[in-house]
Structures are given as C-alpha cells and as structure tokens.
Ligand binder design. Structure first.
Ligand code: 5GP
Length: 135
C-alpha cells in the first residue's frame, strides 16, 4: 500500500504498464492473475466486490483502461466513460439492492486513495445520514 505508480508508463496494447509496479491490482483481478469476485464485465468497465467492505454493499466500478489515475483525469480525458461508469454504478445498486447508493472517488493520497487506477466505490445498504467523511 502507499506505492505510487511512476509517472512515465508505457503502453502495451490497451494496457498501461508501469515499469516499477506493473499492472494495477484491479487489472490483475480482471486478468485472473489474482482472485477477486468480478460482478460485471462490459466493453470498457468491470466491477468487483471490495475485499474490505465498508457497507453492506461495497463494489468497485473500474474502467478497463489504466490511463486515468483518478476521477478528475477521467472526467477531463473521457467524460463519456465517466458517464458510463456512473450508469453502471446505478444499475448494480439496483441489481444488488434497492437502487439507492453512494458513489465515492477517493482522489489523492490525502483523501485515502491507495490504488492509482481510477475506480468508484459503490456503497449501499442503509447508510446513515451524516456519515460522509467518517472513518
Ligand atoms: P482506494 O483506497 O484507492 O480509494 O480504494 C482501493 C480499494 O481497493 C479499497 O477499498 C480496498 O479495500 C480495495 N482493494 C485493495 N486490494 C484489493 C484486492 O486485492 N481485492 C479487492 N477485491 N479489493 C481490493
């Protein structure tokens, strides 16, 4: 944890490869290198169950590309993909619960980001009001 990916990755096919750390933990789950529960796999996105859930439902929705480190980069670089991600979060919240959900993008180490391959936390399941920012 806490390792930042180097800033000069090269690309092999569609995948950003980092000379220091290699593919992100999420890419490694998608490719089957390491275990993980993949709950959705689309053309440009996938979703997994978080290994350390912080709500009754805690999924991560992740672009397949590693090109964007955080949601600000994604919004600037491919707003359509960000819109797809939000739509998929809503679909999954409806499929796995009552459709209500909280969408969290930790952006930067100071905000708790540990994996620098953009991902949305989809949290749901009777979340208490006023709980944002606790922890
Ligand atoms: P961040 O802290 O970057 O916003 O979120 C990273 C998330 O990835 C954390 O909630 C953490 O629990 C989750 N995570 C880290 N390693 C793994 C893993 O190997 N498998 C799964 N399913 N989730 C992971």
């Amino acid at each position: 944890m806490g390792l930042r990916q180097a800033r000069a990755p090269h690309t092999v096919g569609e995948r950003r490869i980092d000379a220091v750390t290699g593919p992100s933990i999420f890419t490694r789950i998608l490719s089957g290198d390491i275990p993980g529960e993949i709950v959705r796999d689309t053309d440009r996105l996938f979703a997994i169950r978080d290994i350390a859930p912080q709500a009754p439902l805690h999924l991560l929705v992740i672009p397949k590309t590693e090109e964007y480190r955080n949601v600000a980069e994604l919004a600037a670089g491919d707003p359509g993909l960000l819109a797809e991600l939000v739509a998929l979060a809503g679909e999954l919240a409806a499929e796995h619960g009552d459709g209500d959900f909280r969408l969290v993008f930790n952006t930067g180490e100071g905000a708790g980001q540990t994996v620098f391959h953009v991902h949305a936390h989809v949290l749901a399941g009777a979340l208490p009001e006023g709980s944002l920012g606790q922890g």
